[in-house]
Design a protein. Structure first.
Length: 144
């Protein structure tokens, strides 16, 4: 069930700090990239594939980087699984804003659902060279 919270900014801040502290936080090893394929040729799903999305023209798969490639952005990945019943509404915007302010870079987020682990989960990507700094921001928020 999607939560709709009516709260002050201070209440939102407190709630989301509790949510991030309770979430299962994982930093995924390695360098990640998006592989693209035409819309009429869906990608092969492998054990390393984290996410697949598409638009009208192409598929995009988030996969481990398998060697140097030209014109491929390289990302570090971390993820959150939220506990059952946690009101994580606004979490993506809240954390993305923090990371932009602290690191000067944007992020991407791919969300999914696994009801057996509480529901919504997020994969977060940032430039691979900023992964350690992004993790430090997250850890600071988790411990405050």
């Amino acid at each position: 069930m999607v939560s709709v919270s009516v709260e002050t900014p201070q209440q939102t801040e407190q709630r989301l700090r509790r949510v991030i502290a309770l979430a299962d936080f994982t930093v995924h090893e390695g360098v990640w990239c998006f592989e693209e394929s035409p819309a009429d040729r869906p990608p092969e799903l492998t054990p390393g594939t984290l996410a697949v999305v598409r638009d009208a023209d192409s598929w995009s798969s988030l996969v481990p980087l398998a060697g140097p490639r030209e014109q491929v952005e390289e990302f570090g990945i971390f993820s959150f699984h939220f506990p059952p019943g946690a009101d994580n509404s606004g979490f993506v915007g809240w954390l993305a804003t923090r990371l932009k302010a602290e690191l000067g870079t944007g992020v991407f987020v791919v969300c999914g659902s696994n009801r057996a682990r509480g529901g919504i989960y997020d994969y977060w990507g940032c430039p691979v060279g900023l992964l350690d700094e992004a993790v430090a921001v997250v850890e600071a928020l988790r411990s405050s």
